[in-house]
Design a protein around this ligand. Structure first.
Ligand code: CA
Length: 466
């Protein structure tokens, strides 16, 4: 998008926000739980389904997240909106299948692909409903980061931001590439997880307490290139090789920082009226993609595939919700939930209107807190044209999952209830079910791919690939 287009679309958006704010103010307090619930949305990067203690990892210690799950609700069937970074993030911010937004793959530095200004994010909607909004961590929703040529976190509704385009450079330790509210910060001392939580804690302390808040904490951890503070590596002295210990320690360090953030909520007496959601943007890194620095020892648990796969290991991720008075201690929820559900859910809680002028694919998960099923008007759908393997499209309907190749001519179906590891493709045995699922899949595929935006040729103009 040219800069003049951005200005024009910003004017359009400003008008839209005024209209939406008017709508929101007229419905202030009309949300199911009033408008004073705060939100903390924590996203990990490449944390696998099996990487937390409370999800069965035999070695990695995550006491703070285990406690959070024990205090709230652990989701067994929580999904990212895509098996790769940028699309999953776009899906969470917009409530839309990422392909609708034109976010087709991870966005290298300098690429034209970005979350366009005409997309309406959950932060924009909450801000218009009176929320203070803050983003800290890995953004990865544009290629031209901190450039007037593309929208930045503040253009998408975050009052305050402290972020990197993609990974922390040169690694998680002592990063040099953070930007705070448009100003490059320069070299920093410490781990990115610590720096991010420091910033979040600082913002919480100085925020406008007259407003409810929405805080997005998007860790770089445990994505490559990993570096872990010595004290956390030393907790895995018996683990070999050292790179595995470094990876495990990296997850434990992130867990420690989540604990620090939760402690801050307690200290500020914010626990009771804060909805906390912890999840990951996709499955664990595929082994051996970085042979020179392979510290990717994440686990998909019992699931098939890893990051970049359309099988469950690529998209099913940990999910923990703590909302005192609404979630019950130690509750386990088996209802499928997608990253695209964040926008409708937060808006429902806050009493903010969701956009009516475009397809919103997620659904509010509020019924779950009353012991009822989520009302979805469309099945969960994923698409990633560059997925590893033949399967590029997937859909879940109840316990059934269908996958298709790029030509939409070959199919696999799995019964996730009896076969969560997707070991038995039943497409040839259950033709009636295949036919029904295939029809639903084609319907979604055709709808999503009709109006999707295109980009100029993806020629790299930025620094080296990471
Ligand atoms: Ca990722």
């Amino acid at each position: 998008m040219k800069s003049e287009d951005i200005h024009a679309s910003r004017r359009f958006l400003a008008t839209t926000i005024v209209i939406m704010a008017a709508i929101a103010s007229s419905t202030w307090g009309a949300g199911a739980y009033g408008a004073k619930t705060n939100f903390v949305i924590i996203l990990c990067d490449d944390l696998g389904y099996g990487d937390l203690g409370c999800y069965g990892h035999p070695t990695i210690k995550t006491p703070n997240l285990d406690r959070l799950a024990g205090e709230g609700m652990r989701l067994t069937d929580c999904y990212a909106a895509a098996p790769v970074c940028s699309p999953a993030r776009a899906g969470m911010l917009t409530g839309r299948t990422p392909y609708r937004c034109g976010i087709y793959d991870w966005i290298p530095n300098g690429y034209p692909m970005h979350l366009r200004q005409n997309e309406i994010t959950v932060a924009t909607l909450l801000k218009s409903a009176g929320y203070a909004t803050c983003f800290v961590g890995k953004w990865h929703c544009n290629g031209k980061f901190n450039s007037p040529q593309q929208p930045q976190p503040d253009d998408h509704g975050f009052d305050y931001w402290f972020a990197t385009q993609n990974n922390a450079d040169p690694s998680h330790q002592n990063p040099v590439n953070f930007v705070r509210n448009g100003n490059p910060v320069g070299p920093l001392k410490g781990s990115s997880s610590t720096l991010i939580v420091d910033e979040a804690v600082s913002w919480l302390a100085k925020r406008d307490t007259e407003k409810p808040f929405c805080l997005f904490v998007w860790f770089h951890t445990p994505h490559e290139p990993i570096a872990t503070a010595v004290e956390f590596v030393e907790r895995y002295k018996k683990v070999q090789p050292l790179d595995r210990a470094i990876h495990y320690g990296n997850v434990t360090q992130m867990d420690h920082e989540v604990g620090r953030l939760m402690k801050t909520l307690d200290n500020l007496k914010l626990r009771e009226n804060t909805f906390v959601f912890f999840t990951s943007d996709n499955g664990p890194e595929t082994l051996n993609r970085y042979p020179s620095a392979n510290r990717s020892y994440g686990s998909p648990g019992p699931l098939r595939g890893m990051k970049l796969h359309m099988y469950e290991g690529g998209i099913r991720v940990p999910g923990i919700i703590r909302w005192p008075g609404k979630t019950k201690a130690g509750q386990v929820c088996r209802e499928p939930i997608n990253g695209t559900d964040v926008l409708p859910t937060l808006c429902a809680i806050a009493g903010a209107q969701i956009p009516a002028d475009r397809p919103i694919d997620g659904a509010s998960i509020l019924p779950l807190f009353e012991g009822k099923p989520i009302k979805r008007n469309k099945p969960l759908y994923w698409q990633y044209d560059k997925a590893i393997g033949d399967m590029k499209v997937a859909m879940r309907v109840g316990y059934w999952k269908i996958l298709a190749n790029a030509a939409m001519s070959q199919y696999e179906i799995y019964d996730l209830h009896n076969d969560p590891g997707e070991t038995a493709n039943l497409a040839a045995q259950d033709l009636q079910r295949l036919s029904r699922l295939r029809s639903l899949l084609h319907q979604a595929y055709n709808e999503v791919n009709t109006d999707r935006p295109s980009w100029p040729a993806l020629k790299r103009t930025g620094p080296k690939k990471k």
